[in-house]
Design a protein around this ligand. Structure first.
Ligand code: SF4
Length: 81
């Protein structure tokens, strides 16, 4: 018998995600496209810091999370010891 010992991540914070109301297109733009609109929405989002923490701890590589682009999150990860 297999017993699952790892609890699934708590994603209830995503219920307050502003991006859930706007659709994902802004947040996963084509390479080279602007992320300005996504960042503007993130700036108003009540769970921005939780979202960013989640993206950093889960190594989310694509899209805008917590107001930071892929490149900005990568730079932040490299700058953080
Ligand atoms: S911070 Fe941005 S990406 Fe994260 S949940 Fe809010 S709107 Fe979505």
């Amino acid at each position: 018998m297999h017993i699952e010992t790892t609890a699934p991540p708590d994603l209830s914070w995503q219920e307050e995600a502003l991006c859930a109301q706007t659709g994902g297109d802004f947040f996963f733009p084509e390479p080279g496209s602007s992320v300005r609109d996504a960042k503007r929405i993130c700036a108003l989002c009540p769970i921005r810091s939780t979202c960013l923490e989640f993206a950093l701890s889960n190594d989310e590589r694509f899209g805008v999370w917590g107001g930071l682009s892929e490149k900005e999150r990568l730079a932040l990860r490299r700058a953080t010891p």
